[in-house]
Design a protein around this ligand. Structure first.
Ligand code: HPA
Length: 314
């Protein structure tokens, strides 16, 4: 009896798997699976990067050494620089365009403190609905234009109770575990290796320069660990407790994924965060208006830090 039951079970399983395989073959023949089989095509994506580079090259032959990414409310800095060329993101086919108020979306090719800089005035965020590979596309394009260093700025909430609104934080490490990696999918071998070391993601030499400039100008600056969340909602107080217990000092909705993409390409990274609010549960409530007005208030100090860095860096 046992033998008969086992045989029946085996026959049932074989017919079930056979059925699935047959259905699968039919679907594959119809081409229904093609879109899910290859989620990310490295060659197609790289070709798009090259098309973006070509379009920019048709407008300017400027070769930047440094990318400066301006975060929310920090856009005014771009008004004070010596502009060589300006290209709105919307004029570059294949470039993602930001939908957030306060993130203008223009590439500004300029000289600051004698350095050749391309300013990304505005960035796109994962929470806007863009795929994570789109979020880092501009940085990859600007690296292909020649930039080997990136200075990332952003607004963050402070998780560390010793920090104050208006202080700055030099990121010395990060937690990316709550956002998808921009390196998932087929590796783009022309940009970097499949597996990337993140031990010293942020450049200590650049951090030391910013720290020196901050001290000279009595601007409060800390060294901290940033966690990136997907947003767009601000965190819950319970989430903030969790991030604190994991070792995070600040929380924001950008920067970490760009750092990962930059390190994949071997770029030097310096990341300066401006504290616009205490994190959820540490103040009464958080609003986008408060985040914007705090970063506006900090814009003068921010300009001092960035200009000082650009002046002194090799
Ligand atoms: N959380 C996430 N992102 C932020 C915050 C915050 O509190 N403040 C500014 N950006």
């Amino acid at each position: 009896m046992k033998k008969i039951l086992s045989l029946f079970l085996i026959l049932t399983l074989v017919s079930l798997f056979g059925g699935c395989a047959a259905a699968g073959n039919q679907a594959a023949e119809k081409g229904e699976w093609e879109s899910v089989q290859v989620a990310f095509e490295a060659d197609d994506y790289y070709a798009r990067l090259e098309r973006c580079v070509k379009q920019i090259r048709e407008k300017t032959d400027f070769v930047p050494d440094i990318v400066l990414v301006l975060g929310s409310g920090l856009g005014d800095y771009a008004d004070s620089v010596k502009i060589v060329a300006e290209i709105p993101y919307s004029e570059i086919e294949g470039f993602p365009v930001s939908t957030v108020a306060g993130h203008d979306g223009t590439l500004i090719f300029c000289e600051i403190e004698g350095k050749k800089v391309v300013v990304m005035n505005g960035r796109v965020h994962y929470y806007e609905g863009y795929d994570i590979h789109e979020v880092v596309l501009p940085l990859r394009v600007l690296h292909l234009l020649g930039a080997e260093t990136v200075v990332l700025t952003n607004a963050v909430g402070a998780i560390n109770a010793d920090y104050n609104v208006g202080d700055f934080v030099l990121n010395v490490d990060y937690i990316s575990s709550f956002v998808p990696s921009p390196l998932t999918g087929e590796n783009i071998d022309k940009l970097g290796d499949r597996f990337v070391d993140m031990t010293n993601a942020f450049d200590e030499e650049l951090n030391a320069i910013v720290e020196g400039v901050a001290n000279e100008n009595k601007i409060p600056v800390h060294r901290g660990v940033m966690v990136q969340t997907t947003g767009p909602q601000y965190e819950s107080p319970a989430e903030i407790k969790m991030y604190r217990s994991l070792g995070a000092d600040t929380v924001g909705m950008s920067t970490v994924v760009e750092t990962i993409a930059a390190r994949h390409m071997g770029m030097r990274v310096c990341s300066i965060s401006c504290i616009t609010n205490m994190a959820a549960g540490m103040q009464e409530k958080i609003s986008h208006e408060e985040v914007q007005s705090s970063s506006d208030d900090a814009s003068k100090s921010f300009a001092v830090l960035v200009s000082g860095l650009l002046k002194k860096m090799a």
